[in-house]
Design a protein around this ligand. Structure first.
Ligand code: GDP
Ligand code: MG
Length: 166
């Protein structure tokens, strides 16, 4: 099976870190440079059962000018064309304005959206459920997956779940 997966989330939630973990190479690191974040960075994961192309989506945030509006439109357009959207949030804090803005923008998108609660290595196990509950109402999510992009916790399970949607 094969398909396309887009990563979205406010800055610093761990999109580049997850991309690197998913494909096992440092291809997404360049996305910290503003001129490259405007373009989608493609990373390809190849397993014997699947090939998945990951897109690091340029920032979806409240536009302050016309160019910003255009960039948000481009990002949202990309989300409509993929098989799965991974919406990353941080386990260490409840939904903030940045998370809510992105969720609001994605309301009309029909693509299955996974809620990825990242950085679970930074919180206690018993706090994970509480965090899931605080984010779950933002959108109807196809799947909810707690992960640690840095430690690699649950990343293999995430890939298995993605493959089911391709
Ligand atoms: P991006 O802006 O969404 O691409 O976020 P980055 O991947 O650049 O990560 C932002 C910061 O969070 C970096 O310092 C990462 O090392 C850190 N980070 C990312 N994922 C995790 C995680 O699962 N656990 C911890 N502890 N830190 C993480
Ligand atoms: Mg990044």
């Amino acid at each position: 099976r094969s398909g396309f997966v887009a990563l979205v989330g406010r800055p610093n939630v761990g999109k580049s870190t997850l991309l690197n973990k998913l494909v096992g190479q440092k291809v997404a690191i360049m996305s910290d440079k503003p001129q490259t974040t405007r373009h989608k960075i493609h990373s390809i994961l190849t397993r014997n059962d699947a090939q998945i192309v990951f897109l690091d989506t340029p920032g979806i945030h409240k536009p302050r000018h016309k160019l910003g509006e255009h960039l948000v439109d481009v990002a949202l357009g990309a989300l409509k064309e993929v098989d799965v959207v991974l919406f990353l949030v941080e386990a260490t804090s409840p939904p903030g304005a940045g998370d809510k803005y992105i969720a609001e923008q994605m309301k009309t998108i029909k693509t299955p959206i996974f809620l990825l609660i990242n950085k679970i290595d930074l919180i206690k196990k018993e706090e994970v459920l509480e965090r899931i509950v605080s984010y779950k109402d933002l959108l109807p999510f196809a799947e909810v997956v707690p992960v640690s992009a840095l430690a690699g916790d649950n990343v293999e399970r995430l890939i298995d779940t993605i493959v089911k949607y391709l």
